[in-house]
Design a protein around this ligand. Structure first.
Ligand SMILES: Nc1nc2c(ncn2[C@@H]2O[C@H](COP(=O)(O)OP(=O)(O)OP(=O)(O)O)[C@@H](O)[C@H]2O)c(=O)[nH]1
Ligand SMILES: [Mg+2]
Length: 386
């Protein structure tokens, strides 16, 4: 039987490019990120899955034959109904990453009926957990089947086949030995497109060239432009990070900030609004010997811009991520890290990574996921107490 643990994950995400003319341009690509024009931060995570409901079990043709009752009459029973498939709202999921690995979901078929009036067992229904806000579209007709918006809400997406009738069913006063049975019918089989509008959970901050886009490309399937000149990123980018277990999260990369951004320097602070609803900010700092600023200045300059901006980002949970450690001896990295902790009186998490080689990135993603889950649990507890 299909068990949820075996059958999650699937799909090639599709990016929907919003068109300012109102025309939707769709593009099948292997990334879940999108370049967005300024101020247009809607991001749609998509996955296509196939659902096959269980078949109904056939009815049975049988006559009771016992030593002392040679003409015992028809005893062929009905089959069982096929299992149906439901999507179920789950509030701890927030992306469709889980559907990237499994393409087909199949519910169990009903068992055929048997002699001696033994009805076939019904197939077990399959319940697939989806994030709240998931819209479900039938790919063949482009019609919307529904949207799952509440925790525990169930949406029937493929009805199981009906059971077939056994010959006992057709016994009448005029026909005591019916040979008629009916087969079980097929369950629904359809391709579904799941669509979810997502907001970023994690925002990347930092000076130009800190390696923000490189980090996004290493931990997600997004492929932002990367180059060794400032302001490579001109528009916010989003990527879905698969943290390897049931959950994933969305990371937003915005153009680099510079000192004086609040007064319009560089690309200004207009993009900070995209980080306004994130839950953690990752502050990337280039600690390579070639960096333009010292690590301390790189942190303080950005902090100043956050304080000056209209958004309440200065008090937001912010972690320091020291990048480009591949350019230094491990000992030197530790020295820089310890000096920063001391000089900035830093008491929040701090990480050392190489976005290029991936070193330290897995640990960082794991810690972010842990934090997001913990925060969600606290939020749930507070709601229960209220
Ligand atoms: N050696 C090394 N180079 C890195 C690392 N991460 C990024 N880089 C390089 O740093 C340069 C800038 O990287 P980006 O990812 O474009 O930086 P960014 O922060 O997105 O820059 P903007 O978009 O301009 O704000 C590129 O040449 C990267 O290859 C790293 O871990 N090690
Ligand atoms: Mg960039």
């Amino acid at each position: 039987m299909c068990n949820h643990h075996d059958c999650r994950f699937f799909g090639v995400p599709v990016v929907r490019l919003p068109s300012l003319l109102g025309v939707q341009i769709k593009k099948q690509v292997s990334v879940s990120a999108i370049n967005l024009p300024t101020g247009f931060m809607k991001f749609i995570d998509e996955a296509e899955i196939k659902v096959i409901a269980g078949r109904g079990g056939n009815g049975c043709l049988s006559f009771l034959r016992e030593k002392n009752r040679p003409k015992g009459g028809p005893d062929g029973a009905d089959g069982g109904d096929g299992g149906s498939i439901f999507l179920v709202g789950k509030d701890s999921l927030n992306t469709l990453t889980d559907f990237r690995h499994v393409r087909t979901y199949k519910a169990e078929s009903g068992q055929p009926g048997a002699g001696r009036d033994c009805t076939g067992r019904a197939g077990v229904d399959l319940r697939i957990q989806v994030p709240l806000g998931t819209a479900v579209i039938d790919v063949a007709t482009e019609s919307v089947i529904g949207e799952v918006t509440l925790q525990g809400e169930e949406l029937l997406v493929a009805r199981g086949g009906r059971h077939g009738l056994g010959n006992a069913h057709f016994k009448t006063s005029t026909n005591r030995t019916p040979r008629r049975t009916t087969p079980g019918t097929f369950g629904d089989e359809r391709k579904l497109r799941l669509e979810l509008s997502v907001l970023a959970d994690v925002g990347l901050l930092g000076l130009p060239n800190a390696g923000k886009s490189t980090l996004l490309s290493t931990v997600s399937q997004a492929r932002p432009k990367i180059a060794d000149y400032p302001f490579t990123t001109l528009y916010p980018q989003l990527g879905v990070v698969d943290s390897g277990d049931l959950h994933g999260f969305v990371m937003a990369d915005i153009p680099g900030l510079i000192k004086g951004a609040a007064e319009g320097g560089g690309l200004g602070t207009q993009f900070l609004k995209h980080l306004n609803r994130t839950r953690i900010l990752l502050h990337l700092v280039d600690i390579s010997p070639l960096a333009d600023q010292t690590p301390e200045t790189a942190v303080r300059d950005i902090e100043m811009e956050l304080k000056k901006s209209r958004y309440s980002l200065a008090t937001r949970e912010r972690w320091l991520v020291l990048n480009k450690i591949d350019t230094l001896e491990a000992q030197k990295t530790d020295e820089i890290k310890n000096a920063l902790i001391k000089d900035l009186e830093w008491n929040k998490p701090i990480f050392s990574i190489s976005a290029v080689s991936g070193s330290g990135c897995r640990e960082l993603v794991g810690k972010i996921m842990q934090y997001l889950i913990l925060q969600r649990d606290e939020h749930d507890n507070q709601e229960q107490l209220a």
